[in-house]
Design a protein around this ligand. Structure first.
Ligand SMILES: CC(=O)SCCNC(=O)CCNC(=O)[C@H](O)C(C)(C)COP(=O)(O)OP(=O)(O)OC[C@H]1O[C@@H](n2cnc3c(N)ncnc32)[C@H](O)[C@@H]1OP(=O)(O)O
Ligand SMILES: O=CC(=O)O
Ligand SMILES: [Mg+2]
Length: 534
């Protein structure tokens, strides 16, 4: 165990090879400064989240555009900062974890941007957190060549611009403690990356760029902005060097898009339509609001259902009014070695990107290098010679609070197959996550933390509402428990003895079958199961 600040800050995880290059006393002191300045506000904001969730659940509050910030929405004069170097053209963004091989592959993928992910696609083991920082450190310094199984990995001439995604405000990093208390995971991921790389990136004509996940209000955006201001001051870097793209992936943030851009305006680069967590947020927020808020089988909640279209179109309009990029989301289809499955996946991704490009998005996400060409082709077609569609203002888009909240517009149905698929996929994903893998190919789809959250939350909602299946029977606690055992046996047979399914089952039961719906699967699971061993 290493410590600094006269023993007040402790590194409680093992110090493996080269960890001392990231966990330097100066870097840890920088994180401690951020913690000292912002830990209290973070706690207050998390508390405000909880109180708001309780009021919403009790029907004491309804969601709508905020009256007190109307002036921000109606003032046409403000704009966000100009696009920073490397972020003018974002037509294709690849996302993925920060392991060494994926780092090189993502940078060489032909995408304009790489979202280097400490969040949905990363299981936050101590190893993943520190080695991910090391891989980014090396990649930024072009010091990451290696050979694996006969293949040479070396960064090419036109690497993607790196945009790092730190973990959300709700998570802590229990292996870094100040006065015995775990530090905010957001401040650890941001702080270490910024401290080591901001100057390097600027010297290389790029900059410290970030994706900000799971914000629930503009107050949380203000907190991030203040973190950026202090971080830049501390390192003597010009204010405004940071650029942040905010994921709109909670229903509450959908009502505060203008306000979020406004808070971050000198650092804002855009908004992203984080569709999977958005669906999770909707289910979670309205889980006990009765049948009108019950969503159908997960596979039926597509981007073309009216409430999802309302959200994405509003996002484009809001961004373009303010000179910010609107970035599309993730289609879950990934390439396959089976030619037929592969052709279907490519076609599905093409359709998804065509809809986004047609709606005015400036670029979009792909999960795999094999999908870069299709996304690029689609955006090349609409962009012509332009780097973005910022000029497409979408003034035709008018979205009301009712449109965003019209969950019933999804239609569809709940089937036994849908319930069992949620159980099965959640077990497979949680097992992978516990073993250190945060994004996995499951039944030819890319699945990450948001999938597991949707799956367990839907099951909770269906049980809680006694939702009727297509065969007329209801979803009950007892039936889900039976299906859970059957699905567990199925997954067990597939994975063999080397698994963490027993813990995955426990986590599923706690988060899908408890009386109260836990806010996040990952917080409890992290505290209990992601030990210093991994
Ligand atoms: C809701 C959200 O937040 S979405 C964003 C978060 N999710 C993600 O970022 C998921 C990113 N994608 C992935 O992690 C992966 O594509 C997976 C896990 C789905 C599939 O990965 P694999 O099983 O390794 O795929 P596959 O075998 O086809 O990979 C082929 C090659 O592409 C590489 N590759 C695959 N996906 C990526 C990626 N996203 N970034 C960089 N390289 C990648 C592999 O490393 C492999 O490289 P190699 O030939 O040098 O060995
Ligand atoms: O982070 C992206 C999402 O869809 O969730
Ligand atoms: Mg997300």
């Amino acid at each position: 165990m290493a410590d600094t600040m006269n023993g007040r800050l402790q590194v409680a995880g093992p110090m493996r090879e080269r960890y001392d290059e990231i966990l330097t006393p100066a870097a840890l002191e920088f994180v401690a400064k951020l913690d000292n300045a912002f830990a209290g506000r973070r706690r207050e904001l998390l508390d405000a989240r909880r109180r708001r969730r309780e009021r919403l659940a009790a029907g004491e509050e309804t969601l709508g555009f905020l009256p007190e910030t109307r002036w921000i929405r109606s003032d046409p004069s403000w704009q966000v900062a100009q696009p920073a170097p490397g972020l003018e053209d974002r037509r294709v963004e690849i996302t993925g974890p920060t392991d060494r091989k994926m780092t090189v592959n993502a940078l060489n993928s032909g995408a304009k941007v790489w979202l280097a992910d400490f969040e949905d696609a990363t299981s936050p083991t101590w190893h993943n957190v520190v080695s991910g920082q090391l891989n980014l450190y090396d990649a930024i310094r072009r010091n990451i060549d290696f050979t694996d199984r006969g293949k040479r990995y070396v960064i090419g001439d036109e690497p993607a611009t790196i945009v790092a995604r730190p973990r959300g405000w709700h998570l802590v990093e229990k292996h870094i403690r100040i006065d015995g208390r775990p530090v905010s995971a957001s401040l650890v991921d941001f702080g270490l990356y910024f401290f080591h790389n901001a100057r390097q990136l600027l010297a290389r004509g790029s900059g410290p760029y970030f994706y900000l996940p799971k914000l629930e209000s503009h107050h949380e955006a203000r907190l991030w902005n203040d973190v950026f201001v202090l971080a830049q001051e501390e390192l003597g870097i010009p204010r405004g060097s940071v650029r942040a793209t905010v994921l709109i992936e909670t229903i509450t943030a959908a009502f505060e898009m203008d306000e979020i851009l406004y808070e971050l305006r000198e650092h804002a680069a855009g908004l992203n339509a984080g569709r999977w967590d958005y669906i999770f947020s909707i289910i979670k927020t309205f889980a006990s609001h009765g049948a009108d808020f019950v969503l159908p089988d997960r596979a039926q909640v597509t981007m073309t259902v009216p409430f999802m279209r309302a959200y994405t179109e509003l996002l484009v309009r809001t961004c373009h009014q303010r000179g910010a990029h609107a970035i599309g989301g993730m289609a879950a289809f990934i390439p396959s070695r089976d030619p037929e499955v592969n052709a279907t996946a490519l076609e599905k991704v093409r359709q998804d990107k065509e809809r986004e490009a047609g709606d005015g998005f400036d670029g979009s996400w792909v999960a795999h290098p094999g999908l870069v060409p299709v996304c690029r082709e689609v955006f090349d077609e609409v962009l012509g010679g332009w780097p973005n569609q910022l000029g497409k203002l979408r003034e035709d888009v008018v979205v009301s609070a009712e449109d965003l909240l019209d969950v019933a517009s999804a239609g569809g149905e709940v089937t036994e197959q849908g319930v069992r698929s949620n159980i099965n996929v959640a077990l497979r994903y949680i097992d992978a996550w516990l073993r250190g893998t945060g994004a996995a190919a499951i039944f030819n789809l890319m699945e990450d933390a948001a999938t597991a959250e949707i799956a367990r939350c839907q099951v909770w909602q269906w049980v809680h509402n006694g939702t009727k299946l297509t065969d007329g029977t209801a979803v009950t606690h007892e039936r889900v428990t039976e299906w859970l055992d059957a699905e567990l046996a199925d997954v067990h047979a597939d994975l063999g003895p080397d698994n963490r399914l027993a813990e995955a089952r426990e986590i599923f039961v706690e988060t899908a079958l408890s009386d109260r719906l836990p806010s996040f699967l990952t917080t409890g699971a992290y505290a209990r199961y992601l030990t210093t061993q991994n």
